[in-house]
Structures are given as structure tokens and as C-alpha cells.
Ligand binder design. Sequence first.
Ligand code: ZN
Ligand code: ZN
Length: 442
Amino acid sequence: SKPANNDENYAVNWCGWGYEANVTPKQMTGTIPKLKELGIHWATLDDRWFSDYGDWLPRTDTFPGDAIQQLVKEFHQQGIKMQLWWLPLAVEDGKYRYEEHKYVVSDVVKEHPDWLILDKNGQPARMARNLATLCPALPEVQDYYKKLTEGFIRDWDFDGHKLDNIYSVPPCYNSKHHHKSPNDSVYAMGDVYKIIFETTRALKPNSITQSCPCGTPPSLAWFRYLDQAVTADPVGSLQVRRRIKMYKALLGPRAAIYGDHVELTRLLGANTSHEQDVGSDFASSLGAGGVLGTKFTWPDYGPQYKAVFLNDQKMDHWKKWIALYNQKMLSKGNFLDLYVYGYDSPEAYAIEKDGNLFYAFYAPSDAGQSDAGSPTPGTWKGDVELRGLATKPYRVLDYANNKDYGTVSGPAPRLHVEFQDHLLLQATPASASAANSAQGTP
Ligand SMILES: [Zn+2]
Ligand SMILES: [Zn+2]
């Protein structure tokens, strides 16, 4: 079974990906004043801080010398923990490239060419980003990932991982590995993720290991060995909500599911080279029980990061929703499967926490109004059913707008509502004495 979550797994996270691939230590630390103002105490150093996939040494142009260790130290001094982006089992063998980065031959491949997964023709088999792959079934390879993990968490002092582009590995036909079946590599992938997860937890019990299968469903090989799933590069709010529900179904009602960067709730030019991530819909992640995230840039560096720059107006909005999230902590509540996609309208979610029932309703978006993947919010008017209540009176409040809906009686009262985009309701037992609320809902 999956190990229990720690409290940190539910903390709001800021990711440096707003600065994209050539992020500098100065840009990372530049955001610290805003992180502190927002009460965010987790930050992620994202893709492309490294020399090459495989050796995972710092890039000398953007992170020279001990810049990485200094970066972690500086964040820690401000009370902010750090996650590190990387991609286990991937190595460079001198072929192909990914965007600006042309692949070299990793030192680990030079030193251990026999560790590679080979395809049927005896050629290095490809994984994500056209990278070559180390065979996870080899004890030596497993040991290599234990040492890398210790290097990141113990020596560099990171507090967790963002493992990204995590799908599967190719079958292995390397005769030197003496596999019973080419699928030995596929099955052994989970062993490496187990080692990374357990080594990290042993060094830092309050760590976060997050695994992202970018836009695809997770593989059961590594699924047990994480403590934070992620909505995995959603394109729009609807995917954020649906993927949170999918992960809650697979991992359990209190599983920590990172809602990914809020900016991904609305995309302009999705799947083009000029994609702009302009979303600010925290309500989708919060109401469905996800963990909030953002990738804003600050201070203003000009046009390059304009779409994700945290201006004063956005700051007010970010503050409101992060405070609301920290106050309610619905991600830690008990996700209840009370509403069904396609049958119940509007789309709805229910979470039980401390004797209260929290409901989230979402209006169908007005898909015709803008470009694909980023529909504009619609409105909804009618009766909603508040399911899962006991047979007793409840006080109902729209807690995002402090609007009182009066008292209803369980078990399944109907409420007439009209809202734009989302409606977040809290139902609290109306006659709850201190003793009752301490015991929770019967
Ligand atoms: Zn192999
Ligand atoms: Zn991803």
C-alpha cells in the first residue's frame, strides 16, 4: 500500500517554470519577497538547471560553481523548502536533441555503456524526449539512483523532487543483462522510483516526491512511490478538476494532488510555439480538493514573462485564494464520490472536513467564445442538490464571497442558485455544539 502523506504534501507550491529553461539563481531568489508575502513555503527549481540528462551536474552557464547549493541555502534561510526537477533513467548518448539542448554523451554512459536498454536491433532504446535509457532491472543502475537521490537531498539539501515526463521505459533486449523477458525493464521501473522515494523519505520525512506523466494517465509501475500526484500539465480548468477526481479515485480520498500552475487553467494559443498561460482560476483546484500552485514571475522583467508576471491586481487575487486555501485545507479533507460526470448538472464535487460538507459547483464553460482549450466562464442558474448531509439542519455559506444561503435540512436539500463560473459552498451543522463538532459528523 501507499505510505501516508505528510503535512507538507498539501502546501502551496511556487514553481520557477515561469522563467522557463534558462532560469537564473537571481530570478529564482528575486521572487522570495512575494513568496513570503503570500505565505508560500515551497519552491521548485524546474527543467534545465543541469548539464545533461544522466549525470545531473549543474549547468555551468546559469549555475556555475556551487550556485545550486547557495540557491537552496538562500531559500532555506527564508524558511522556504525546495523541490528539484529531474528525469530518472534518462541518459544522453550523443544522438538527438530537445529544443535548444543538443545531447552529449553522458559520463555515466561513457563509463557504463552496458547499463543501457537496447532495442531488438541492439541500438539504445528511446524514452521521453528521444533520450537513451538506463536499464532499471540492473542492481548497479538501482544503486546509481540511490546515490543520485542522496546527492540531491543530503548533499545539495533539496527537500523533494519534481520528477517529470514520467511514463514507462522500453523493453530491454540487452543480452548482457540476462533478462528472463524483455519486459523485465518495464516491471523494474517501479523499483527505481521506490528507491528514490524511500531514500528521500528516510533522509527527510517531510519531503515531497512528485511524479508528473505530462498530459497522460499514470503508470502503475511507479504510482505507489510518490507522495504528491499532479494534474500533469493541464490545458484548462476542466482538466484540472477531472484529473484531481481521477487521482483521488486511484490514490484515496485524502491523497495530495497538486493542481499544477494556476496559470494553466487558461491558455492562449495552446499547443503552438507562442502559448501564453494566463489562467487565474484557483477555484477549480481548491473546490475539487487539489493543492494550489503557481509559476508567477516577479519583479517585472519586461515583455518576455509578461503573461505570468504577478502585477498588483493579480497579487490581490493570489492572496485571497491562497489564504482561503490555507484556511479550509480541503485537499486534506475526505473527497466524497457523490456526483457523476455527465449525469449531474452542473458539474459538482463534495468534500467532508471536520463535520462540515464543502461543495463546489462549476458552470459549463462558454466554449464558443474563445480559442480551443481556453473557454470563457459561463453562468448557471437553477437548483443544486446538497448530497451527503445527515438528517438535520445545516447553515449554508458561499465561503468565497461570504454570502449566506440560510439554513437547509438534510439529507439532500435543494438550493436555488445562480452563479458565474463557480460556486463554493460550506454546509455547517446549524446546532453544532462544541462537543458535536469535535466528534465530527455522525
Ligand atoms: Zn536490461
Ligand atoms: Zn509534466
